[in-house]
Ligand binder design. Structure first.
Ligand code: CTP
Length: 411
C-alpha cells in the first residue's frame, strides 16, 4: 500500500504577482500538484505580462482566476476561496503586492482574497534590493509583522534579475514548498502556550559611541522564537542589538543593555511571573558594565585608559529565585570553552545556582555567529546530546523538552 500524498485534500490558492520570478511559481505549482494539492491559481494583471494563464490552467485543469467580477462568473470568488482555502500563497510577492496587503487594499482579486482569507497566508517576496531596502517597503513589512497574518518566506540574498546582487531574490520553489508542507501538516504542539524568548547580546555604554558587549548574533534565540510560533505558541521575543528580521507572528521588543533587558523581562513576566508559561533565556547578557557611562564622548589621549567594570545582575538567577512553584518553565544557556564532560558539570552547576529546569550547553567555537550548532541539553539528572545541525533543529529539541515540562506540570 502506498502512503497518500502529503497534501491530499488540501485546498491551496496560489496568487502570482508581476515579477520575473513568476516563472518559478510554475515549478512550485507542479510540486504542489504532485503532492495531491487541490490547486487554484490567480494571476494579477501584471503577472500576465510575465507568464500566461494557459500554463497554469494546463497544469491544474481549472480556469485561472484574477478578475474580481469576470462577466462569465457568478458570485464572489475571492470570498468563496477565502473561506474554502486551507492556504493562500503569494508567489512571487512583489513590493506592490506587499504594500497592498499592508494597507488592506481590495481593488484587485489577489488583494481582496488575501483580505478575506480565513486560513494561513504565506508570501515569498521578490524584488530588487533597492526596493526591499526602501523605507516604504520596510514600513509596510513592519505593519505586516505587527498584524501577524502573513508569513514571509525569504527573500534571500543573491543575484536578482538585473544582475545586481543583494537581498530581494525570491526563495527557491523547494524552500517555499517545505514551508507549505510544514504549515499544512505540522502538529501545533505548542498551541495556547505563551513563550518568552530572549536573544542576542546586550551592550553596555562606555560613552555615547562606545560600548562593552559580547559576540552574539541572536540566531539561536530567533530560531527558537520562529519555530515556537510555527508550532502555535504565542511568542514574545526580547532582542538585544542584532540585525535579524522578526520571525512571522512573533511580538518583538528591542533592548540594548542588561538593565533594559531586565525591565522588559519583568514587564512581560509581571510581579507574580504569571505573564508567561515558559522562558527561554538565550540572550548573551553582558556580565559587566562600566561603573559610570560618560555622557560625552571620551577624548583620545596617549595615556592608558582604565575602565572600571561592575557586575550586572544575573537576570535568570533573579527570576529563578522569584519562582515560587514550577511555573514558568525556565531554560538557561551555558556557553563555554571547555570540553563536553566539563561543560556538563558547569551546566549542572548553573542549573542549580539559577534554579532552572534545564540548560543548553554549547561550545563557543561551535555556536557563535554560525547557522549550525552542537549542544547538550542538561537536566537535573539527565543529558541529551544534540548533534551538529541547523539552529532550527536544536530549537525543536528545546521546544519539545519545554512541551514535556509543561505537560508534566499539567498531569
Ligand atoms: N544570564 C543572565 N544574566 C546575566 C548573565 C547570564 O540572565 N547577567 C543568563 C544567560 O542568558 C544564560 C545563562 O544565564 O541563559 C548563562 O549565562 P553564561 O554567561 O553562560 O553564564 P554565567 O552565569 O554568566 O557564568 P560564566 O560567565 O561564569 O560562565
Amino acid at each position: 500500500m502506498t502512503a497518500a500524498p502529503a497534501l491530499a485534500g488540501k485546498k491551496i490558492t496560489l496568487c502570482v504577482a508581476g515579477s520575473i520570478a513568476a516563472y518559478k511559481a510554475v515549478l512550485l505549482a507542479r510540486r504542489l500538484l504532485a503532492e495531491g494539492a487541490e490547486l487554484d491559481v490567480s494571476l494579477t494583471a501584471s503577472a500576465r505580462a510575465f507568464i500566461g494563464p494557459a500554463t497554469f490552467s494546463g497544469l491544474t485543469g481549472r480556469p485561472v482566476l484574477g478578475e474580481m467580477f469576470a462577466p462569465d462568473q457568478a458570485g464572489e470568488p475571492h470570498v468563496v476561496l477565502g473561506k474554502a482555502s486551507d492556504l493562500v500563497l503569494v508567489v512571487p510577492a512583489t513590493a506592490d503586492a506587499l504594500a497592498r496587503f499592508a494597507h488592506g487594499r481590495a481593488d484587485d482579486f489577489t488583494s481582496a482574497l488575501v483580505l478575506c482569507a480565513a486560513c494561513p497566508v504565506l508570501a515569498a517576496p521578490a524584488m530588487h534590493p533597492s526596493m526591499w531596502a526602501n523605507p516604504a517597503t520596510v514600513r509596510n513589512l513592519a505593519m505586516l509583522a505587527t498584524d501577524g497574518r502573513i508569513r514571509l518566506i525569504g527573500p534571500v540574498a543573491g543575484a536578482v534579475a538585473s544582475g545586481d546582487i543583494g537581498m530581494g531574490r525570491m526563495a527557491e520553489p523547494n524552500t517555499i514548498f517545505d514551508a507549505v508542507l510544514r504549515t499544512l501538516t505540522e502538529r501545533q504542539t505548542l498551541r495556547g502556550v505563551r513563550l518568552l524568548v530572549t536573544a542576542g547580546p546586550t551592550t553596555e555604554d562606555i560613552d555615547p559611541v562606545r560600548y562593552v558587549g559580547n559576540r552574539s548574533s541572536g540566531k539561536m534565540g530567533f530560531a527558537v522564537a520562529e519555530r515556537a510560533a510555527e508550532l502555535g505558541a504565542q511568542v514574545t521575543l526580547i532582542a538585544g542589538p542584532v540585525s535579524l528580521p522578526t520571525p512571522p507572528g512573533v511580538t518583538r521588543v528591542d533592548v540594548q543593555s542588561a538593565e533594559s533587558l531586565r525591565n522588559a523581562l519583568w514587564h512581560v513576566l509581571g510581579g507574580d511571573l504569571g505573564g508567561t508559561d515558559a522562558l527561554v533565556m538565550a540572550a548573551a547578557v553582558a556580565d559587566y558594565r562600566p561603573a559610570a557611562a560618560s555622557l560625552t564622548k571620551l577624548r583620545r589621549s596617549d595615556a592608558p585608559l582604565t575602565l572600571e567594570l561592575v557586575p550586572n545582575p544575573d537576570l535568570l538567577a533573579e527570576i529563578g529565585r522569584a519562582r515560587r512553584r514550577t511555573r514558568p518553565v525556565l531554560v538557561g544557556f551555558a556557553l563555554g570553552t571547555e570540553d563536553d564532560a566539563d561543560a556538563v558539570v558547569t551546566a549542572r552547576r548553573k542549573l542549580a545556582d539559577k534554579r532552572v529546569d534545564f540548560v543548553v550547553s554549547n561550545h563557543a567555537d561551535e555556536s557563535i555567529g554560525r547557522d549550525d550548532i552542537r549542544a547538550v541539553l542538561v537536566g537535573p539528572s539527565d543529558e541529551e546530546h544534540v548533534p551538529f545541525g541547523p539552529k532550527r533543529a536544536l530549537a525543536d529539541r528545546i521546544l519539545a523538552r519545554v512541551g514535556s515540562e509543561l505537560a508534566a506540570r499539567r498531569a
